[in-house]
Each structure stands twice: as C-alpha cells, then as structure tokens.
Design a protein around this ligand. Structure first.
Ligand SMILES: [Zn+2]
Length: 112
C-alpha cells in the first residue's frame, strides 16, 4: 500500500533537518557535524547558534525513500561521539545506581 501523502510530506520531513525544530533557525551547512555514518544511515550533531540547543539527527535512506529522526540533547559533539560508542546501560547498572542512591547521604555530597 502506498501512502498518497508521501510525495507531499517528505520534503517537509527534510526541512526538519535543515532548520532548528525549537526556534526555526535555518542551519548552515558547516553547523552539522557527523557523529557516525553506517551504510545509508548518517547520524549528525547540529547546534543551533540562535537558541543554543543541540540536536542529534538520524537521516537514513532505503528503497522506499528518505527518513529522518531528531532528538534534542544537552550533549556536546565530543560527548555525542563518546557516548555513541559506549556500551548501553544494563539492568544491573540501573540496580547498582539505585542501591548507591539508597546508601549515600546526598546532603554530604553537596557539602550541606
Ligand atoms: Zn534553535
């Protein structure tokens, strides 16, 4: 089944990657940095000079067309590269953090 809205909507989808979704500022070409390229998938880091927000933008192509997903992030470009290659958290990591939070005196950590 073919989506009749696709030919009209895909340029709008690409516009998302060309402008900041938070303030509408149009990105300049040099403001996009590549975090990773793998086959037909490209992960870019975009920083808006107007509102100072950053985005991770995944653009991928396949026989049916081009897709794009954006995520607002507080990561720097270097952090995005670092954490992109990091191992994902496991349930054991989450449990260890929970147990640590139960034991620690947060007031002592803040010098209160
Ligand atoms: Zn912006």
């Amino acid at each position: 089944m073919q989506n009749s809205a696709w030919p009209q909507s895909w340029p709008d989808n690409l516009k998302i990657a060309a402008a900041c979704p938070l303030c509408g500022n149009k990105f300049k070409r040099l403001e996009a940095k590549t975090v990773e390229e793998h086959g037909n998938s490209h992960l870019f880091f975009l920083h808006c000079q107007k509102c100072q927000h950053s985005l991770l933008n995944l653009i991928f192509s396949h026989p049916a067309g081009v897709g794009s997903m954006s995520l607002v992030t507080d990561l720097s470009f270097d952090d995005a590269v670092k954490f992109h290659g990091a191992q994902p958290l496991t349930i054991d990591d989450v449990l260890a953090a929970h147990l640590w939070l139960e034991r620690v005196d947060l007031g002592a950590l803040n010098g209160v």
